[in-house]
Design a protein around this ligand. Structure first.
Ligand SMILES: Nc1ncnc2c1ncn2[C@@H]1O[C@H](COP(=O)(O)OP(=O)(O)OP(=O)(O)O)[C@@H](O)[C@H]1O
Ligand SMILES: [Mg+2]
Length: 408
């Protein structure tokens, strides 16, 4: 998908964050690697447009920067005529509290970590695309009266003021069209995804980037990045089945249901692996680091050592709450569409490493759960990472890779 959610011009005032100019080009989220013959007619046309763009950008590169609760991560991609190459990937842990629930609360500390990341991993540029996903951004499918692309952008605030839970003056907004249709009264309509994010929240992330001496050239919804990096997976095997992508972070889980790369449902769930760690810490009376180690060691195993029975129950209970939430979202999607069964779940993110989580999700959703790999359709450049390291970072690279892909 090519859509950036917001472009950010240089300079630092909140007013410099503009809703995206790319509304005009906002098409469905079709990756350039998607086999055309598998797509429906309408999508093929837009996929064609996306594919042609590859030639145009050949030789360029882009860097996606993911500011997560547990660390900052960046991926640099270069775009060739026929393939995209992962040139660099790196990550640096963040001190606790610098990012809270997916929101930058200490731009200086985050800026420092980004600076270190640029020192350690020799990225070729200083322009980055950043992602946001937290409680200050909402995304929902809405139907709006049709307007030409040129008028859509300026009218958006007025059109959606009753649909977003914040004053539109304090929000950056974007809308990207999924389809056009005619309503019962014969009115021409657009159905699409509305994204509204708190301007202050976005600017905190932008400031962190600036403190590291970098420039955020655009800000994107992390959920869209997840879609871009994973939607192509196994496309040959799956056709255009409905697939759920679930990227489990420390505090934020992105759930993206898509069909052939076009988003159908997005939920930013404010839960993740850290909630399990917190439960262990509180219930067992141990410090965070120890609770984290216990969680990773015990996981959702059924063969628990005698000394770990209580901790195991605590992890179990917290995981059940999490799995129920994910299943609830997918049930909601299926119920709202009536017919679309989710054919499989693709799991990524650090939180997905919890032993047994994939099995639990599989049982709860009654759909096969597979591990996602954003590097599957990328060539590997001189990343400086060993094959083992590449394998380890795969589930963590989904968002930065997807952000960079969006800059193509
Ligand atoms: N081996 C493991 N077993 C269980 N959980 C793990 C393991 N390794 C990492 N995690 C969990 O992964 C989570 C971090 O995932 P990730 O790095 O994707 O999050 P993040 O991007 O920093 O945060 P967020 O997206 O929520 O802002 C932590 O909660 C951590 O406990
Ligand atoms: Mg994350």
């Amino acid at each position: 998908m090519r859509t950036h959610v917001w472009s950010v011009t240089e300079g630092d005032s909140p007013d410099s964050v503009e809703p995206l100019a790319s509304i005009a080009q906002a098409g469905p989220a079709v990756s350039r690697f998607f086999p055309l013959k598998r797509l429906s007619g309408a999508v093929v046309r837009q996929a064609g447009a996306a594919i042609r763009k590859v030639g145009v950008v050949a030789g360029r590169s882009a860097i996606g920067l993911d500011i997560g609760t547990s660390g900052v991560r960046a991926a640099e991609l270069s775009f060739g005529k026929s393939q995209v190459t992962l040139e660099k990937f790196g990550q640096v842990a963040l001190p606790e509290g610098a990012v809270r629930d997916g929101e930058v609360v200490d731009p200086a500390a985050v800026g420092e970590a980004i600076k270190q990341l640029w020192t350690h991993t020799k990225f070729s540029g200083k322009k980055v695309v950043i992602g946001v996903a937290n409680q200050k951004v909402i995304v929902r499918q809405v139907d709006l009266p049709w307007l030409p692309d040129s008028e859509m952008r300026s009218a958006l605030g007025f059109q959606v003021q009753d649909l977003v839970p914040m004053p539109v003056e304090h929000a950056v907004l974007d809308f990207f069209t999924l389809e056009e249709f005619t309503n019962d009264n014969g009115g021409r309509m657009r159905r699409g995804m509305l994204v509204a994010a708190s301007r202050d929240m976005v600017m905190n992330a932008v400031h962190a980037v600036q403190k590291a001496g970098l420039t955020a050239v655009s800000v994107d919804l992390s959920s869209f990045a997840v879609l871009r990096s994973l939607a192509t997976q196994d496309a040959l095997g799956m056709g255009a089945g409905v697939e759920a992508l679930v990227d489990v972070g420390a505090r934020v889980t992105n759930i993206v249901v898509h069909q052939g790369g076009a988003p159908r449902f997005i939920r930013i769930l404010l839960m993740g692996g850290q909630d399990l760690t917190d439960a262990v810490s509180e219930r067992m009376g141990v410090a965070g680091a120890q609770a984290e180690a216990m969680k990773q060691e015990i996981g959702l195993r059924t063969d628990v050592a005698d000394g770990a029975v209580i901790a195991s129950r605590v992890i179990e209970a917290a995981a059940v709450t999490f799995v129920d939430e994910v299943r609830g979202s997918l049930d909601y999607y299926e119920a709202s569409t009536g017919s679309s069964r989710i054919s499989r779940v693709v799991l990524t993110g650090g939180g997905a490493r919890l032993t047994g989580l994939a099995d639990r999700l599989q049982t709860a959703t009654r759909a096969p759960v597979v591990a996602g790999n954003p590097m599957k359709s990328l060539a590997l450049g001189r990343t400086g990472l060993s094959p083992e390291q590449i394998e380890f970072v795969q589930p963590l690279a989904v968002v930065p890779v997807g952000l960079a892909l969006g800059a193509a």
